[in-house]
Design a binder for this molecule. Structure first.
Ligand code: NAD
Length: 474
């Protein structure tokens, strides 16, 4: 006998739990399946984001930032503390507590919305039948009028640097080091490499980041990437670009790396190695041979602009489909799909998804970079403004970075906003909002911004597009 539902969601990560909750809010009988277990061995909802991604990494970023500031920034405020120490166990336990609070929160939201949670691994078969292999060993069959696939993504493993969980780790291992490694190697100067590299650097590790590409943060605005690289180098992160790693051997509790710097082979010995070279859609075991759902050549579930798969009534959202692998992109797709299932309009604008890298300074952007616009032949103008000229940023002793606004040369419509600096993870949303409302640089320039706030950098950058910034020479 199978259980019948209006909507069966596979995966309770950001995309899946949003789909399930919104579907239930709209009166649909909903089930959500998730196989993940927490550190305590008990089922933990919330996916990579809550268990081993966004939430725990931000907890550690904040702890390490406090420690770093105590040693390096507070002196400027006249605050000193002798012999500052970090207790890694306490820091990690705090992170685990936060994770538990939020994963438990999803379970409560499921209860409150009368969503049936199934704890185990779900596989989609023909006829929108989902077979769940539960942790208790029992199998259950669910049939949905609609099925939403939201299995998330897994770390990519390099064939010559297999994860052993002790010396060579992915983001999960790097959240749980028992002590600060003396020497940490990182393969990949992407989002995870920079965020977790920063955590351990601030706590005292010697961190060397090996990036295969010659350009730093190639997806970001070139000026932002340049400014960020300068700040990271100042902080002592050793970032080697154009460094192709070919070997990683574990010998006597050390990892011996060989990489080519474009001229010759080099070696590096570290105590821990974090491999952060991207993620891949977690579709292994998700689809039975008769499911009819097509994957593309990157192993992602193929979907149209409404997240519909090749099978009518089967949808896919989040990291397993095209578009950026960002939790908030998954949130929006989950909601949109639930609304489409309920017969409402649902849509996600992939052009206005904000990007954030939670380093210090933070990096954030929305929309196109100058390079993308040049490649597309779109005429544009730019205006930028440094935080060093923003009173609030200077008062906070955080003057690094700037805001750049890019607008269409003729229509003045905002095409992108790029930020590097303190708290820009929050500021970027002004750009998102302006772009969603098809705003112009002049619109932003004419909007009153409170003084003294960090957001004044956006105001002056928007005015600078028209060469009329007040607080700098244009
Ligand atoms: P990424 O794609 O951000 O960066 C991977 C980097 O590794 C790239 O710069 C790439 O050139 C480099 N690389 C690839 N192969 C290499 C090799 N053999 N040697 C050296 N360098 C190599 O991937 P990530 O940092 O692993 O993150 C994975 C995904 O998770 C990303 O899609 C990211 O958006 C997402 N994520 C987002 C956030 C956030 O929004 N703040 C945080 C963590 C993860």
């Amino acid at each position: 006998m199978s259980e019948q539902y209006d909507v069966v969601v596979i995966g309770a990560g950001p995309a899946g739990y949003h789909a399930a909750i919104r579907a239930a809010q709209l009166g649909l009988k909903t089930a959500c399946i998730d196989a993940a277990l927490g550190k305590d061995g008990k089922p933990a909802l919330g996916g990579t984001c809550l268990r081993i991604g966004c939430v725990p990494s931000k907890a550690l970023l904040d702890s390490s930032r406090q420690f770093h500031n105590l040693q390096h920034l507070f002196g400027e405020h006249g605050i000193t503390a002798k012999d500052a120490k970090i207790d890694v166990k306490t820091m990690v336990a705090r992170k685990d507590k936060i994770v538990k609070q939020f994963t438990g929160g999803i379970a409560q939201l499921f209860k409150a919305n009368k969503i049936s949670a199934y704890y185990g691994f779900g596989t989609l078969h023909a006829g929108k039948k989902v077979v769940v292999k539960q942790h208790d060993g029992k199998e259950v069959e669910l049939v949905g009028k609609h099925v939403v696939l939201a299995p998330g993504s897994d770390s990519i493993e390099l064939p010559f640097a297999k994860f052993d969980g002790k010396h060579i780790v992915d983001n999960v291992g790097a959240l749980d080091f028992e002590q600060v490694p003396k020497r940490l190697g990182v393969i990949g100067a992407g989002v995870i490499g920079l965020e977790l590299g920063s955590v351990w650097k601030r706590l005292g590790a010697e961190v060397t980041v090996l990036e295969a590409l010659p350009d730093f943060l190639a997806a970001a605005d070139a000026d932002v990437a340049k400014a960020a690289l300068r700040e990271f180098k100042k902080q002592g992160l050793d970032i080697k670009l154009g460094a192709k790693v070919s070997k990683a051997e574990i010998k006597k509790n050390e990892v011996h790396l060989t990489y080519n710097d474009g001229k010759s082979d080099q070696s590096l010995v570290v105590d821990k190695l974090l491999v952060a070279v991207g993620r891949k859609a977690a579709t292994k075991g998700l689809l039975a041979d008769d499911s009819g759902v097509k994957l593309n050549d990157r192993g992602q579930v193929e979907v149209d602009e409404h997240c519909k798969t090749s099978v009518d009534g089967v949808w896919a959202v989040g990291d397993c489909v095209r578009g950026p692998m960002l939790a908030h992109k998954g949130f929006e797709e989950g909601i949109a799909v639930a609304e489409l299932i309920a017969g409402l309009p649902g849509h996600v604008n992939l052009d206005t998804i904000p990007w954030v890298i939670y380093t210090e300074p933070e990096i954030a952007w929305v929309g196109k970079t100058e390079k993308q616009l040049k490649d597309e032949g779109v005429p544009f103008k730019t205006g930028s403004f440094p935080f060093a000229a923003v009173a609030r940023a200077v008062a906070m002793a955080e003057p690094a970075g700037f805001v750049k606004v890019i607008a269409h040369e003729e229509t003045d419509r905002i095409l992108g906003m790029h930020l590097v600096g303190v708290n820009v993870s929050e500021l970027v949303h002004e750009g998102v909002l302006a772009m969603e409302f098809h705003g112009s640089a002049e619109d932003l320039a004419r909007i009153c911004h409170a003084h003294p706030t960090l957001s004044e950098a956006i105001h002056d950058a928007a005015m600078a597009v028209d060469k009329r910034a007040i607080h700098k020479a244009n």
